[in-house]
Design a protein around this ligand. Sequence first.
Ligand code: ARG
Length: 486
Amino acid sequence: MTAKPAPGQTDPVAIDSASGKAAAAAPPANPLWGGRFAGGPAEIMARINVSIGFDQRLYAEDIAGSKAHAAMLGQQGIIEAADAGRIIAGLDRILQEIEQGCFPFKAELEDIHMNVEARLAELIGPAAGRLHTARSRNDQVATDFKLWVRAALERCDAGLRDLQAALIDQADRHAATVMPGFTHLQSAQPVTFGHHLLAYVEMFGRDRSRLRDARARLNECPLGSAALAGTPFPIDRAMTARTLGFDRATANSLDAVSDRDFALDYLAAAAIAAVHLSRLAEEIVLWCSDLVGFVRLSHAFTTGSSIMPQKENPDAAELVRAKSGRLIGALNGLLIVMKGLPLAYSKDMQEDKEPVFLADDTLGLCVAAMAGMVRDLQPNPTAMRRAAEQGFLTATDLADWLVRVLGLPFREAHHITGRIVRLAEDGNRRLAELELSALQAIEPRITAAVFDVLTVEASVASRTSPGGTAPARVREAVNAARERFL
Ligand code: ARG
């Protein structure tokens, strides 16, 4: 088996079909509980039980947790200081072996915890047997996994920050680029492309704040909860918590070994971020369509067709859109694993890791691909402007003018504007192209000043309310976003 974590590699048990046992599982079956167990597991038992194929990704966290535990045991006089020293040196050596790809992972040792401990015994002899004092794999795996998820939260935050930077740069360049804004995917009112992109900056900002919240809640150390009830040894939980960068030790041993909320928090934040990515991906697909043509992606982010030479397909955007399904599935999967579990630990919880690993891999890929696309995309301001001038998008501006200048109630203004739009539609003209006399035939008090509000530029420039689409506001929002997020 390779030492480096290989995503997707989940079933590494070699089978001896004649004996029906895991091939290498000769009795005494298990270095951890061999005392009572006479024979090895049935082949199928080994196959369903084994997790080293995926939980080897926890190796760095497992070693860090064990080092902190050993140092604490030494300091508290629970084990000899010399033994603690040997254990820590041995663990450092194991870390090196794994990182150099020469660690002998063994499927019959089930998981990362037992693989590390068994190798420690090979390296340093009997002192290795003292490491598991005042500890269980239950508090061990909860600690390892929290450390791993904490790093995943930080990775995800960094990725989203970079994506925000890409969006903010494009928004800055296009603070005044007019495009149609939509509701119901029907042209609604003119907005600027910069304003539209900044909407996604807000979404990813909320995603990052969810990740921050999750990190704060996660950051309590389960180590020292032992199997479920705590331990009679005089351990110093504050010390191990501090060493591992936790804010404090968890308060309840039963909860500590059976809590996977931190993984669910991460997956929930990841799934919501994936939904945001998917929405942006969908817009990119639409914008790239020949029917719309608002943006182009370069050949760096499109693929050709094997049969239609003219095609440039936005595959990366389509895949980001599709892969959101995996993230939503990962959250659902773990929720379903957890929902019926009595306290405290159950082996079901071994199934917590793959959805989280899959989420980390998938989200990392999607966020990076999206940042690449956002930097790559070339807006077509002419096409955007042309679309914004179709469909009477300044009709609301006309109604607002009737309210502001003539003092009409909005409902009446809406009605009059409707008749004017109908007139323009029938004559196949834009609102700004209608003659004043034609407008006055519908509402005599209209003056030539109305034409000032009927262009798309005037429309966006007038939307100066805080958070609005006026280019001046968008430029302020770009600066504020840099301050808030980068
Ligand atoms: N591989 C196990 C897991 O991931 C480690 C904990 C096993 N504990 C136990 N009591 N069997 O959950």
